[in-house]
Design a protein around this ligand. Structure first.
Ligand code: HPA
Length: 292
């Protein structure tokens, strides 16, 4: 599995095309909307829609519930760039392709990435419809987006814990996570916290696999997010992520699993999810302003 040597230039071309579309807009936060959570894009004010088709080399999503459009605009008073739809490993993409847009964000100098996803609940004290702040992750995709030549601006062996940085104890920035907690309290939206395990999919897990993930320390399971976070941390982008727990993971309940349930639960909690993200983004914006 060798990286296409042209991949780096693919990132530059896409970054140039995206910046051209954005003109003088300078997003300070990117927002990735997971399965069934794309409705958040409608809350973005003064929207400028940028279909992925107009961006050279941009991977296109093929899954129901993923729009395939970037939206620039303002959310909670912060200039954001939303991504309605990502590509996954199970669509046949190498990890570096699933993280392509993150490398573009690094080129554009976007400092914060707010990710969301749909995930299955492993922790038995969680329930479908709960929102979960991702505290840390376990990469069980057995792939890594950084495999191949080192991209400019990235280290060869980036730290995913950074114990020497008082602000960064794992790939998810504690100061950003705190803003989500504070927004949740203010809006009275209950938020769980836990460890997200990423698996390749696309089949859902077996009950035995879920028991294994439980023993490994995972609270939720999904098929995205982790490659993007790894690429983001390699280039110094700060991450915060929220899962929408759309179903009990296999064997946790006797219900069969299907993608429709994932989308329906996403729609059911869309209101809370959108309010939580908007409130969190507003707070993160204030934090970024204080730092500048
Ligand atoms: N497993 C894996 N990915 C998922 C699930 C699940 O149960 N629900 C939503 N995405």
């Amino acid at each position: 599995m060798t990286r296409d040597p042209a991949a780096g230039s693919g990132v530059s071309a896409a970054a140039a095309a995206l910046q051209e579309r954005l003109a003088d807009r300078r997003p300070s936060l990117a927002l990735t909307m997971g399965s069934g959570l794309g409705g958040l894009a409608e809350r973005i004010q003064d929207p400028l829609l940028i279909p992925y088709d107009v961006l050279p080399g941009w991977p296109r999503p093929t899954v129901a519930g993923h729009a395939g459009t970037a939206v620039s605009g303002w959310l909670g008073g912060v200039q954001v760039l939303g991504f309605g739809g990502r590509v996954h490993m199970y669509e046949g993409h190498e990890q570096e392709r699933t993280a392509f847009y993150v490398r573009v964000l690094a080129r554009l100098g976007v400092p914060v990435l707010f990710l969301s996803n749909a995930a299955g609940a492993i922790n038995r004290s969680f329930a479908p419809g709960d929102l979960m702040l991702i505290a840390d992750h376990i990469n069980l995709m057995f792939r890594n987006p950084l495999i191949g030549p080192v991209e400019s601006g990235e280290g060869r062996f980036p730290d995913m814990s950074d114990p020497y940085d008082p602000d960064m104890s794992d790939p998810y920035d504690p100061r950003l996570a705190e803003q989500v907690r504070l927004a949740a309290m203010e809006l009275r939206i209950p938020v769980q916290e836990g460890v997200y395990a990423a698996v390749p999919g696309p089949s859902y897990e077996t009950p035995a696999e879920i028991r294994m993930l439980d023993r490994l320390g995972a609270d939720a399971v999904g098929m995205s997010t982790v490659p993007e976070v790894i690429a983001a941390r390699a280039s110094g982008i700060r991450c915060v992520a929220v899962s929408c727990l759309t179903n009990y993971a296999a064997g946790v309940s006797t219900e069969p699993l299907d993608h429709q349930e994932v989308l329906e639960t996403g729609r059911r909690v869309a209101g809370d999810f959108q309010r939580l993200v908007t409130g969190s983004v507003q707070r993160i914006g204030a934090l970024l302003e204080d730092a500048s």
